[in-house]
Ligand binder design. Structure first.
Ligand code: FES
Length: 105
């Protein structure tokens, strides 16, 4: 599994998604409840950035139509989205947030 640096841990604010591009893939990095998650930044319902949505209870909500995706699994728990969004393993090393795009979970 190859990890690449997404951002600094100190750059993240609790419940405020940070959008980064990793090898051309848009990823939303989210610090919530003291844990860091990485989820593909494109809503599975339409081509909209999830990083512009709100984070609550380990979910990120799409601002356009309100589907909520579980940051642990990428699964939506509210319509209109029916397909999951890829989520990626995260590792913290010092102040570095590392994400592996090679293995979606
Ligand atoms: S674009 Fe995200 S729920 Fe419709």
């Amino acid at each position: 599994m190859t990890f690449v640096r997404a951002c600094g841990l100190s750059e993240l604010e609790e419940d405020t998604p940070k959008r980064v591009e990793l090898d051309g893939t848009p990823v939303s990095v989210v610090l919530t409840g003291g844990e860091v998650f990485a989820i593909n930044d494109i809503c599975s319902h339409a081509n909209v950035s999830l990083a512009e949505g709100e984070v609550d209870d380990c979910h990120i909500e799409c601002w356009l139509h309100g589907s909520r995706f579980d940051l642990r699994s990428g699964k939506p728990d509210a319509l209109p989205a029916t397909r999951p969004v890829p989520v990626y393993p995260v590792k913290i090393e010092g102040d570095d947030v590392l994400v592996s795009l090679t293995q979606e979970s």
